[in-house]
Design a protein around this ligand. Structure first.
Ligand SMILES: Cc1cc2nc3c(=O)[nH]c(=O)nc-3n(C[C@H](O)[C@H](O)[C@H](O)COP(=O)(O)OP(=O)(O)OC[C@H]3O[C@@H](n4cnc5c(N)ncnc54)[C@H](O)[C@@H]3O)c2cc1C
Length: 310
């Protein structure tokens, strides 16, 4: 870090079509806040010669939440935009918490949500949270529009399923089912000894039945382990059909760690990481379940009242 940037061409198109044309003509790279891209250019991890800013492109700044139509976050929306939104906090708590826990916090004033997801950095927080919320990337490109589920979006470390020239226009998360809660937690130590091994994040979404005494749907995601965040189907299966309780959350966390492979051959590092993952997952699932159980949603009530009144 601290090295000067090498020269590059810089464009500020006003429309998506113009941006795609420039990307094709000059083999350019899109840039939003630059929080991932600029440090990697400085470190010479990337050597892009042409940057195409999306900051002035029209139509990429929509940010909407509705109980019936879900969450829509345009490519230009920065992470801190979610923080004051009470409905984001209530209905999409996992993503709201991931944005809230960005460190240092001011990075959320510049870094976009979509940019964080497009970076495909294995230890970033927002992909873990958005995956637990069944996020989808809405993409436009030279061959037309398409939707990529976040589960299919990450193909390798630092690599997404985007084709050359494609722009993510927005992230979309389905509306919550009733009696659903979600949660995001992370463990982050500033002392980074072996790459980012000391960082782990987890997210969960839990849906209860009408009586709120049995789990009918679940998502369990662990990030910072391997090249991408992953859903753990065995843990989800262990939760579904059962009454939420502490032993069940422990069993689900164990089901995840049983699938994990050590990243190093250092016993003490792996013991710590596995123990941290177990606790983090247990607490994240427990909090999602507790939110589902105690959920009183004034937004939903108000929407229903308005609809009844019409
Ligand atoms: C000091 C520091 C601390 C940080 N702390 C955290 C943290 O605690 N947790 C965490 O999760 N993250 C953290 N980050 C990462 C930060 O949140 C991301 O770098 C930021 O959100 C990326 O958004 P951006 O708009 O700056 O993306 P950019 O850097 O502009 O772009 C990132 C990548 O996405 C591509 N891209 C961007 N937008 C689009 C689009 N619409 N369509 C297609 N491709 C696109 C770009 O080509 C580039 O490859 C930190 C970063 C820094 C510098």
């Amino acid at each position: 870090m601290g090295r000067v940037l090498l020269p590059f061409a810089y464009h500020e198109p006003k429309t998506v079509a113009e941006a795609m044309e420039l990307a094709k003509r000059d083999a350019g790279t899109y840039i939003m806040g630059g929080c991932t891209l600029v440090p990697s250019l400085r470190r010479r991890q990337r050597r892009d010669k042409c940057l195409i800013s999306l900051a002035r492109v029209e139509g990429l700044d929509d940010f909407g939440i509705h109980p019936k139509s879900g969450l829509r976050i345009g490519a230009k929306v920065v992470a801190s935009a979610l923080l004051p939104n009470i409905w984001a906090g209530k209905r999409f708590a996992a993503l709201h918490e991931a944005c809230e826990q960005l460190y240092p916090p001011h990075i959320g004033n510049m870094g976009s949500v979509v940019g964080n997801l497009c970076s495909a950095v294995p230890y970033f927080d927002l992909p873990t949270a958005a995956l637990a919320l069944d996020g989808e990337m809405h993409v436009t490109g030279p061959d037309g529009d398409r939707v990529i589920a976040l589960e299919e979006f990450y193909v390798a470390k630092f690599q997404t399923a985007l084709k050359p020239g494609e722009i993510v226009t927005h992230l979309f998360c389905q509306p919550y089912k009733p009696d659903t809660g979600s949660s995001f937690k992370k463990i982050y130590r500033s002392r980074r000894t072996i790459e980012d091994l000391h960082k782990i994040n987890a997210a969960a979404m839990v849906t209860l039945d009408e009586e709120r005494d049995r789990i009918i749907d679940a998502r369990v995601v662990l990030g910072s382990w391997g090249h991408r965040p992953n859903r753990y189907r065995a843990a989800e299966a262990a939760l579904i059909g059962n009454a939420p309780n502490f032993d069940l959350f422990v069993a689900a966390a164990e089901a995840v760690t049983a699938e994990l492979l050590p990243a190093t051959d250092m016993d003490w590092v792996e013991k710590t990481r596995f123990a941290q993952a177990r606790v983090l997952l247990r607490d994240t699932i427990a909090q999602a379940a507790s939110r589902a159980k105690s959920r009183h949603d004034p937004f939903e009530d108000a929407t229903e009242m308005l609809e009844d009144a019409r």
